[in-house]
Design a protein around this ligand. Structure first.
Ligand code: IVH
Length: 716
């Protein structure tokens, strides 16, 4: 490869890696496996090594991970959070150990072998035994401050047990256990929300939530495996960390091995592989670390990772099978998703007959063709993926897959025009009346939790749309019993009608749906980013659908966000939103007038955009014409202002005798008060329990009134 070609290839690889970084770190929705990502990364590293003059400071190889998000406060790590080199073969482990032995000649070099936890890297800082700060890795130097979210994890102690060092930064991974992950996804499915691809994404998505109340409901855990900055900690060996963490009450790895030779290292790696599936958390490899800190210091670091440790990744189960055809599915929003139809094969405990191909770019990049023998992989991933094509088994006459040509440039369901959405690398059916989209939307409108029209499920929705009785979801409300009764659910040759009895039942359910409250209607309209909980929140602050469509509160959320981004003063809007009860002051938002709003800017924009769009306007009009007027569950601002604790700010510290902090917070908020995390002159009361923390001293210093639980009860 010459300089010019290398330049081009390097640019392509960097763009590709950045795209996957964004999908992985910011959107928690990766489309390729870690292994494939590592391959891309390695290709770039190799090319840059060959052409060092092409290395730029912004190359993905020159940093550790993804960019921190905007919405959380940014904190610098006291010591950078580095990552490890990944290896996939025992030979590479052998090379690693040989290199270390060479660098430390004539010395014994014991190493520790421990699980590589497949979660989200975090740092927790304990000062004098108390949890002070938690942060994500971010780019390795600066991460998101997520203390509030970490506090919701029950296995993370607020205080360490016994004699704690003056400063202890511990590092590890936050994870979601498999059971919790599965029930979360089930719930999301019911709520019509996108599913998480695997437990790690679910954990990452949870930690990204700005509202700790949502995080608290997610079944998260943490495994700690190392230290960062410390003061007053006297240990010389990594193997001392595990019993130390345990003694301090911190969750850590249950299994680890000290090894002193290559044989012992490989033996430990195999042993771990045999038992790792029994752990509550997911593991994707073993980490091999030099045990002695003194030896580590002498080995030092390369630009990106330490020389004294390496990650060995276990192979995900892969099998070969035939790709028989590619089918294109049309989703509720018109996105066309290619799906591989496979010769069914068993992988990791289940039979796989389909695998997602994500989008056109993925098919092109891997040059996947119909008739190919493909390698499919199922690791921690729930959705199996096609990772590669076995080129040697490719039929002679096969041709590259042409997405648009395959479907003759039209939506495969309605024949309508399709357009490539540049932002999402996806083709989309532009026909809003596409039956596939309509059917999905009718199903959604009628689903449990939405309008609960039980008898209108998959096949009935299909046939209603196919017969032309329903062209858009709200047409359900124009249906007549006699039409429905005659609806043919079978085929022309073998007809099977819906029947009078079922029709009456369905019409009754549809009539009942007219009177459902606003929250149910908002959810049923399938507005992007509006799940059940958000719909309920919106309904608490609005009187009617029209009210939501032109919501001043939602506009306020967007104005606030814009002002903050531009660095303009946002005090007025912040106060208005707080006054309306739609926001609370927040300590984790940087600077003055930081607030957390009931719904975030993404939701606000999505809702306003929906009702401003032509289809959204039409829906509003139809609902009105149909005489449907869902009522909100609004608490008026006036009523809120009259609540006994309205406008009062509380800070909680220490353990209360008879209620948890959450209970106390709930009670205070129910009566109109606010609970914040840090004491300032503006704090009205500090509610102190047993063993209060530094907030107690701060309250005294600022002469803020300190009360105990009994006094709070009187107020309540
Ligand atoms: S030690 C400087 N130990 O995997 C070395 N990392 O690819 C710091 N990980 O960044 C990392 N399990 O997020 C270490 N037992 C373990 C681990 C572990 C998972 C993560 C961690 C790290 C990445 C390396």
């Amino acid at each position: 490869m010459d300089q010019k070609e290398a330049e081009k290839k390097i640019k392509l690889l960097r763009d590709e890696i950045r795209k996957h970084d964004r999908l992985y770190y910011e959107e928690a929705a990766p489309v390729i496996s870690d292994r494939e990502y590592d391959r891309l990364y390695k290709e770039l590293v190799d090319l840059e090594a060959q052409f060092p003059n092409l290395i730029t400071p912004d190359s993905p190889t020159q940093r550790v991970g993804g960019k921190p998000l905007k919405a959380f406060e940014q904190v610098s790590h006291l010591i950078p959070m580095l990552s490890l080199d990944n290896t996939y073969s025992e030979e590479e482990v052998e090379n690693f150990y040989a290199r270390i032995r060479r660098l430390l000649p004539n010395e014994k070099v014991p190493v520790v072998v421990e699980p590589k936890v497949d979660g989200v890297a975090v740092s927790l800082i304990y000062e004098k035994g108390k949890l002070r700060q938690a942060a994500t890795r971010g780019d390795g130097n600066v991460g998101d401050e997520i203390t509030q979210n970490i506090r919701t994890i029950r296995s993370v102690p607020e205080r360490l047990r016994g004699a704690a060092p003056k400063l202890l930064e511990v590092r590890g991974e936050v994870y979601m256990d498999r059971k919790g992950f599965e029930s979360l996804n089930e719930e999301r499915k019911k709520d019509g929300l996108p599913l998480f691809a695997n437990p790690r994404n679910a954990a990452a998505g949870s930690l990204k939530q700005l509202d700790p109340a949502i995080v608290a409901k997610r079944p998260l855990g943490v495994v700690l495996y190392g230290t960062g900055a410390t003061e007053g900690l006297h240990i010389d060996l990594h193997s001392e960390i595990f019993p130390l963490l345990k003694k301090l009450g911190l969750p850590t790895t249950e299994r680890w091995w000290v090894a002193e030779s290559l044989e012992e290292i490989l033996d430990a790696i195999h042993k771990l592989d045999g038992i790792r599936h029994k752990f509550a958390y997911q593991t994707d490899g073993a980490v091999v670390k030099v045990n002695s800190f003194a030896q580590r210091e002498r080995l030092g670091f390369t630009a990106k990772s330490p020389r004294w440790a390496i990650a060995y990744k276990y192979a995900a189960e892969r099998v070969e099978t035939l790709l028989k055809d590619i089918m294109i599915q049309v989703g509720r929003t018109g996105i066309l998703t290619p799906v591989a139809l496979l010769e069914p094969v068993p992988v990791s405990g289940s039979t796989v007959g389909r695998a997602t191909l994500h989008n056109e770019d993925e098919i092109k990049r891997k040059d996947i063709r119909i008739g190919d023998t493909v390698v499919i992989e199922k690791a921690g991933e729930v959705i199996p993926a096609v990772v590669a094509v076995v080129k040697s088994k490719r039929p002679r006459d096969s041709k590259p897959f042409d997405f648009a040509k395959h479907i003759h440039g039209k939506c495969p369901v309605c024949g309508g025009p399709i357009r490539r959405d540049p932002e999402f690398v996806a083709w989309r059916c532009e026909n809003l009346h596409c039956p596939a989209q309509t059917t999905r939307r009718v199903e959604f409108l009628a689903a449990r939790g939405a309008l609960d029209i039980e008898s209108v499920g998959g096949i009935v929705a299909d046939k209603l749309v196919e017969s032309g009785l329903v062209r858009e979801p709200l047409d359900l409300f124009d249906l007549k019993t006699e039409h429905l009764a005659k609806l043919n659910l079978g085929t022309e040759e073998a007809p099977r009608v819906f029947g009078e009895k079922n029709a009456i039942k369905a019409i009754n359910a549809i009539e009942r749906a007219r009177t459902l409250p606003l929250s149910r209607w908002l959810f049923a309209l399938a507005i992007a980013d509006v799940g059940k909980t958000t719909a309920m929140e919106l309904a608490r602050f609005h009187d009617s659908i029209g009210d939501v469509a032109h919501s001043e509160l939602l506009h306020g959320v967007l104005d606030y966000q814009e002002k903050r981004e531009r660095g303009e003063p946002a005090k007025e809007i912040a106060e208005q939103l707080i006054g309306a009860g739609f926001a609370k002051p927040s300590k984790s938002k940087a600077g003055k007038h930081g607030i957390v709003t009931e719904v975030g800017p993404v939701v606000a924009k999505s809702v306003l955009d929906f009702f401003a769009s032509a289809p959204g306007k039409k829906i509003l009009r139809r609902i009105k014409e149909l005489g449907i007027e869902p009522k909100g569950e609004k608490v008026s601002a006036k009523k809120a202002a009259e609540l006994p604790l309205a406008g009062k700010t509380f800070v909680l510290t220490g353990t209360l005798p008879s209620m948890t902090r959450e209970e106390a917070t709930g009670k205070i908020e129910a009566l109109g008060g606010h609970v914040t995390g840090s004491v300032s002159k503006k704090t009205d009361y500090v509610l102190a329990g047993a063993e209060p923390g530094s907030k107690f001293d701060k309250a005294k210093e600022l002469s803020v009134k300190i009360i105990d639980e009994a006094e709070l009860r009187k107020m309540l």
